[in-house]
Write a protein that binds this ligand. Sequence first.
Ligand code: KE4
Length: 425
Amino acid sequence: MSRSDELFQRAMNVIPGGVNSPVRAFRAVGGTPRFIKSANGAEITDVDGKSYIDYVCSWGPMILGHNHPAIKEAVIRAAENGLSFGAATELEVTMAELVCSVFPSVDMVRMVNSGTEAVMSAVRLARGATGRDKIIKFEGCYHGHCDFMLVNAGSGLMTSGVSGSAGVTEGCARDTLTAPYNDIGTVEKIFEANDGEIAAVIIEPVAANMGVVLPEEGFLDKLRELCDKNGSLLIFDEVITGFRLGIGGAQERFGVMPDITALGKIIGGGMPVGAYGGRRELMELVSPVGGVYQAGTLSGNPVAMAAGIAQISYLKEHPEVYARIDDLAERLFGGLKKIVERSGKHLAVNHIGSLGSLFFTEGSVKDYNDAKRSDTAEYGKYFTHMLDRGVYLAPAQFEAMFVSCAHTEEQVQKTLEAAESFFQK
Ligand code: KE4
């Protein structure tokens, strides 16, 4: 019995499913989740001493790789001054100024502790600003686990084959309307059928929770136009795309400006941080200035701010990081495309920047229904094959692969060789 086996057995006695987030349980791929002991650069090492090339990157945050010296030193320095004060600190001002300096649509920003909190607060702000109740989201997009977002959601819900969650009341879900990703016609119909009632449209500007699905040309622009025409707000959930598709996220890459941006993952440098921001007149509706209440004991925690500031500052001062991770990802996903084609399969490979997915389904994947066609059992076999060869992928088909600037050409080559041996079987 491996150490991971032992720990998993103990964990299942005291933690639901033995994990603190469902997708980590390996239920979609089988086998024992690897309990990770340490990580450095692009590698993670489990409690049995086995190392893996890591394409989960803590689900996105570790864009500079694990244990980056600049981040580690910043955390240690901050911790020496104390862990938490529940009072304003200079680090929060530095972080807020940094975020506002890189996101074109953000004049002001509020720190929270997770992407879920960021989205929950952004939606509350949109409802408070417009006086309207209804929200439009897209099938397969995942915006964290606040009740009203667990409707036709992606990520762990999609992986477990359900579209919603027990415990979410009919009343709560009623105001969440859904449309297929990339289907602007359905969005128009929803607006027409709910004239004057839509507070906001929320979208992952690149969907990464049904696997990676890209917005079709003009889709985001049309969403912007529809929101303007109907007096609704556009919320970009940039928890994954923020600081990843460029320092200014998807809004900078696509040139479409949301009214409110939700952030997470990379902003914390590996520590629990989320944030939401937008133009001044909107953000000044948030308490204590305005009537939209939102609060948090550890929001803006100094140690977490230090980690996030170190990572974002590094990204801002080293723009060459993006060219490097995009180039490595091009090698990886371009290589995967060639491998599956050489094997006679025409599986879908979607990628943009340093984010991508291999779907075990043929044809294009442009929305939730396309992604649902994937053969998740086959993905499970692929996952295990790669894990056995020292490559750690997301333990679920409906997630993304992330490339960090710590990954090397050699590691990408090793990954492609492992994938080739699967498809050549
Ligand atoms: P957190 O509350 O997990 O920090 O963020 C929620 C969230 C919001 N928006 C987007 C676009 C997200 O991808 C997420 C969280 N992503 C998942 C992975 N698909 C986190 C991993 C997990 O749930 O364990």
